[in-house]
Design a protein around this ligand. Structure first.
Ligand code: COA
Length: 173
């Protein structure tokens, strides 16, 4: 599995977390307990740091980067879907950053909020606690509050996946 140090910047990977062999982790990246990183995801902590909270999944094809001015801080119990791009942003606990969405520099997604599939949140965007933003550019859906713990089942499933993949993944080629 390609996990790289870059000079003094070295990943800190909790032993109970999981990085799929086809994911790439570089530099100042911290994965907390039961966090998981899936095939073709890239977490590149070269200009600054990246944190992935406990039980958060970073799914296939997602790119997480950071800038000199903005680290990327992802909280616990989040679902970061397939083909997401996060660059120098902060994501609170229990958020869904849905498939194909883009979250750019200085943006903040507060606890329990959603960035919908395919949405683009530009520089310094903000989604308040348990609100949902959709579209390009992303706009808050008025009058809607995300129910608490909406993603608990998916979060649990990905924690189970860690065990299953550690025990059962076999490369056949
Ligand atoms: C954002 C999301 C959670 C909304 O789901 P929902 O609350 O069930 O929304 P609904 O399907 O009831 O749609 C509500 C409205 O929002 C619109 N809408 C829903 N998702 C949208 C999206 N991603 N972008 C733009 N509009 C969207 C619908 O068209 C509908 O509009 P209307 O009220 O004008 O008819 C869902 O679309 C989504 O993005 N799921 C992501 C799943 C994912 O990425 N999983 C990760 C892998 S595990």
């Amino acid at each position: 599995m390609p996990i790289y140090a870059l000079g003094d910047r070295e990943p800190i990977i909790h032993p109970d977390s999981y990085v799929h062999p086809d994911a790439t982790v570089i530099g100042d990246v911290t994965l907390h307990a039961h966090a998981s990183v899936w095939p073709q995801a890239v977490l590149r902590g070269d200009y600054g740091g990246i944190q992935v909270g406990a039980r958060t999944s970073v799914q296939d094809g997602t790119v997480v980067h950071c800038t000199e001015f903005h680290p990327t801080l992802i909280g616990a119990n989040c679902v970061i879907g397939h083909n997401v791009h996060i660059e120098g942003a902060t994501v609170g606990d229990g958020c869904l950053i849905a498939s194909g969405s883009v979250l750019l520099n200085g943006s903040v997604v507060e606890e329990g909020a959603i960035l919908g599939a395919g949405a683009v949140m530009s520089f310094n965007g903000h989604i308040p606690t348990r609100r949902m933003a959709l579209g390009v550019p992303a706009r808050i859906r008025e009058g809607y509050e995300v129910p608490p713990d909406s993603w608990a089942e998916i979060v649990d499933k990905y924690v189970e996946n860690i065990k299953a993949y550690k025990a059962g993944l076999r490369r056949l080629d």
